[in-house]
Design a protein around this ligand. Structure first.
Ligand code: GLU
Length: 411
């Protein structure tokens, strides 16, 4: 199955509950625009290298389209399309005035120097600058990209269009970025995890958590949970998993990663396990915070955690999701669980447009408010209609996008 079909299945489960017509389903699912471009650069050694870049603009009925830019060797049109569609439902679930988009370049960034990465980014923006912009489509960081890449995007965009920091979010704080944006996705996962545990009547300190992925999202999630005294017993990155039954020392492991080029390789204060083993640990909560599609029907029967919080986009395939749901596993879906990032992006964009900077406390308070309200709406809908949290979240998102589409008029 392809990633876009998977989102289509989740969409369909909600649409069935909403009695949406076939024509309306087709309208809401079909992306507005998809672009594929050639991105050729000169390597530092003078050789030529050619990459393929994508931007998919899925829906703009609720506002300018919004979504990250991913640099990863697995990036292809299907993946970008599925992630763009997730952004449409995500921005609608948290009710911020955006549509959904996503971009990516199929590239292994570990093979490029910093200068090559900059050239690649600028060349990509040369290809798509006229289809993005603060009122059209606003890129942001995703897997493989960071604040520095966003600074290059802004700079390249401004060469064509003049001063306009709101053209991209996730920028460095020194360059019109926002306080609290970098931590926001992980912090949001943490805020929502606490809300979920409280609704499920579970004590945070008795909830052992395993986090797959220790990039921006996984590491900030671990930091937040550690501070909330939730035992984080395992984390992982490309070097493998690190497990301690009585809980990892989160600040220690965060410092270790920072001092070792954001990599956990060689961390010796924990038992070494594989990424697959981490997913199957006997814990109360599993947080996939890395690539999509990591839980399938093959490993779902071995997953023991009764709660899964989807910090990554699309970590569970629909047939595995069904299997887990039948077993009574509670799943907090990606379109709510990781929405803290795009919510803080909205705050950054709003600050840029007002030429006014917020302090960290204000960003954190507003983030808490937006996510808490959305969580409550999704939770109540799921209880009232006896539906999974995922289907409830989709109903909320699709309802908002559908209403905006109809109100705006289809002519
Ligand atoms: N890439 C992030 C996501 O998947 C953030 C997108 C944004 O801030 O626009 O939600």
């Amino acid at each position: 199955m392809r990633a876009f079909d998977a989102v289509g299945i989740y969409f369909g489960r909600a649409a069935d509950q909403m009695d949406l017509t076939e024509n309306m389903r087709r309208l809401l699912l079909t992306p507005k625009r998809e672009v594929q471009v050639q991105v050729a650069i000169e390597r530092d050694n003078g050789e030529l290298a050619t990459y393929i870049g994508f931007r998919v603009q899925h829906d703009h009925s609720r506002g300018p389209m919004k979504g990250g830019l991913r640099y990863h060797p697995d990036v292809d049109l299907d993946e970008v399309r599925s992630l763009a569609s997730l952004m449409t439902w995500k921005t609608a679930v948290v009710n911020i005035p955006y549509g959904g988009a996503k971009g990516g370049i199929a590239v292994d960034t570990t093979t490029l120097s910093r200068r090559e990465l900059e050239r690649l980014t600028r060349k990509f923006i040369d290809q798509i600058h006229d289809m993005i912009g603060p009122d059209i489509d606003i890129p942001a960081p995703d897997m493989g990209t960071n604040a520095e890449v966003m600074a290059w995007i802004r700079n390249q965009y401004e060469k064509y269009h003049g001063f306009n920091p709101a053209c991209v979010t996730g920028k460095p704080v020194e360059l019109h970025g926002s306080a609290g944006r970098e931590e926001a996705t992980g912090r949001g996962v943490g805020i929502l995890t606490l809300k979920l545990l409280s609704r499920l009547g579970r004590k945070p300190q008795d909830t052992r958590v395993a986090i797959q992925g220790f990039g921006n999202v996984g590491s900030h999630t671990a930091a937040f949970l550690g501070q909330a005294e939730i035992p984080v017993v395992a984390v992982s990155d490309i070097s493998g998993g690190y497990y301690r039954a009585d809980g990892l020392n989160v600040s220690h492991i965060l410092n270790y990663a920072r001092d070792h080029g954001d990599c956990l390789a060689g961390y010796s204060e924990a038992e070494k396990i594989s990424n697959e083993q981490l997913l199957e640990l006997d814990v109360e909560m599993l947080i996939p915070a890395a690539l999509g599609g990591v839980i399938s029907v093959d490993n779902a029967p071995r997953i023991k955690a009764p709660i899964i919080v989807e910090a990554a986009n699309g970590p569970i395939w629909p047939d595995a999701d069904e299997m887990l749901e039948q077993r009574g596993v509670t799943i907090l879906p990606d379109i709510l669980a990781n929405a803290g990032g795009v919510t803080a992006s909205y705050f950054e964009w709003a600050q840029n447009r007002q030429h006014y900077q917020w302090g960290l406390n204000r960003v954190r308070q507003e983030l808490d408010r937006v996510l808490s309200e959305s969580f409550q709406q999704v939770w109540e809908l799921s209880v009232e209609r006896k539906l999974s949290l995922r289907t409830a979240a989709y109903i909320l998102g699709i309802g908002r996008v559908g209403r905006a589409t109809v109100l705006g008029g289809i002519t």
